[in-house]
Ligand binder design. Structure first.
Ligand code: HEM
Length: 445
């Protein structure tokens, strides 16, 4: 079966695919993440195919060429805002990723002022303090569950580097509000029913707004170094600046973008370092060689092995497994005709697991990113956990800095392990997370 091909009046081929079950389509597989983590459809239909999800036809791009074509968006046909709005629009409306074309370009240029290397260096100190304070509350030994523990840590980091203040009251509420917004994206019931995901997401959005708006006047008036203040003072080349609503919208999106993704990456790194103690020791030796309890901005590049482990962990457990677009007009994708108003899902996880590009793809092998191998260079889109094209993650250096700063302190403070036969059970229903929280045995050094 083929999507509305219009082959008769269009030279491009129809998109192959099938709708799945009557009424339900592939909604259950989409929600569970099975469509993302399996290559069955890629083998059956190739890099471009269609499915039915939530009653909508969705074209799926798989493999580095198809994904790259959508993300590079040379045809200006793939809208990000329209694509993401269906999943997360009510909760993260007018965040940078939900803007498009000219407007996106302008907002991105203004926001870039909050991510210059000077700004990043300024965020590192409060980041280090938040990490040290957080870890000081960890037990000296015994079992901890990594995911919730790290999630608390990254929330502390985000609130301190974003807000510039310690959030003693309200941190839990903020965390819950953010998590509710993220999880609402894959709600099966997509209208507000009290107690269900969608309603909780809307309540979360309101809580975040109520929290942020009252801080605006002081942030605008002051000259603090936090990200909130940076957004208040950022100017485009023509002097353009964000309105109060822009700042709140961007802050809510940034809190989400920074918080969950870093948590997932740190959790998967902790997992692989526990499974591969030789890499844990190698990373620890490099951190010890730096010679300081916290990581300085100029020391980040010294943690070479940690960088390899981070890249390989993000390949294997891709923190944002897929991204969404919607065609704003008729277009072609890899020679297939895709009509206007079609949702397009870009499978980043899939690209990272194709054996055509990654030898022995399920094996943890950080050395594949080392200078003498550079397997990621086999294709310009072979490794893209931060996406690609105009919407490529604006926070990738912020993320790398946070992850390495946290891992540096963790490696110096603790050794951790899992039983030899332990395999992390992942829930892919929104962003990946371990169903069991990832229990590890901790030993203070
Ligand atoms: C390991 C951590 C992170 C991962 C894996 C990640 C991943 C991504 C991906 C895949 C996209 C592209 C989405 C698309 O094309 O639709 C993206 C966009 C974005 N990310 Fe990240 N991200 C991370 C951390 C961060 C951090 C720390 C921040 C901010 C402090 C951030 C802010 C953003 C923003 C604002 C966008 C939208 C960019 C645009 O539309 O121009 N991210 N991220």
């Amino acid at each position: 079966m083929a999507i509305d091909s219009r082959e008769s009046d269009h030279r491009a081929a129809a998109v192959p695919g099938d709708g799945g079950l009557p009424l339900l389509g592939y909604t259950a597989q989409f929600i569970s993440g099975k469509l993302t983590t399996s290559r069955e459809r890629y083998d059956r239909y190739g890099p471009v195919s269609w499915i039915r999800v939530f009653g909508l036809k969705v074209v799926t791009a798989q493999g580095p060429d198809a994904c790259g074509e959508v993300l590079q968006n040379r045809s200006h046909a793939f809208g990000s805002g329209a694509g993401w709005s269906f999943l997360i629009g009510p909760f993260f409306r007018r965040g940078l990723m939900l803007l498009d074309f000219e407007e996106h370009h302008l907002h991105r240029r203004i926001m870039q002022q909050a991510f210059t290397s000077d700004r990043l260096a300024g965020y590192l100190e409060p980041m280090n303090t938040a990490i040290a304070d957080g870890m000081a509350r960890w037990p000296a030994g015994g079992e901890i569950r990594v995911y919730p523990t790290v999630k608390q840590l990254t929330l502390d980091v985000a609130t301190r580097t974003f807000m510039g203040a310690q959030l003693d009251v309200g941190a839990d509420r903020l965390n819950t509000a953010l998590v509710d917004c993220v999880r609402a994206g894959t709600a099966a019931v997509r209208f507000p029913v009290p107690g269900l995901r969608w309603a909780r997401g809307l309540a979360g959005r309101t809580a975040l707004e109520r929290f942020l708006y009252p801080h605006l006047p002081a942030k605008r008036a002051g000259d603090a170094q936090d990200l909130f203040s940076a957004l208040c003072h950022a100017r485009g080349e023509g002097g353009e600046q964000f309105t109060d609503h822009d700042i709140v919208n961007h802050m809510i999106f940034l809190l989400m973008a920074a918080h969950d993704t870093s948590t997932i990456t740190l959790t998967s790194m902790a997992y692989y370092l526990a499974k591969h103690p030789e890499w844990q020791e190698r990373c620890r030796a490099e951190s010890r060689a730096v010679g300081t309890p916290t990581l300085g901005y100029d020391d980040i590049d010294k943690l070479v092995s940690l960088d390899l482990v981070m890249k390989e962990s993000m390949r294997l457990i891709t923190p944002v497994p897929g991204v969404m677009r919607k065609t704003v007009r008729d277009t072609e994708l890899m020679g297939h005709f895709v009509p206007a108003d079609t949702y397009v899902s870009v499978n980043l996880y899939g690209v990272h697991h194709l054996e055509e590009y990654w030898p022995d793809p399920e094996r943890f092998d950080p050395g594949r990113f080392a200078h003498d191998r550079r397997e990621d260079k086999v294709h310009r889109n072979a490794w893209m956990p931060f996406g690609n094209g105009v919407h490529k993650c604006i926070g990738l250096h912020f993320a790398g800095m946070e992850i390495k700063a946290a891992m540096h302190q963790l490696l110096l403070g603790y050794r951790w392990s899992v039983p030899a036969d332990y395999q992390i059970p992942l829930d892919w229903s929104s962003l990946p997370r371990p169903k069991d929280g990832l229990p590890v045995q901790l030993e203070q050094l």
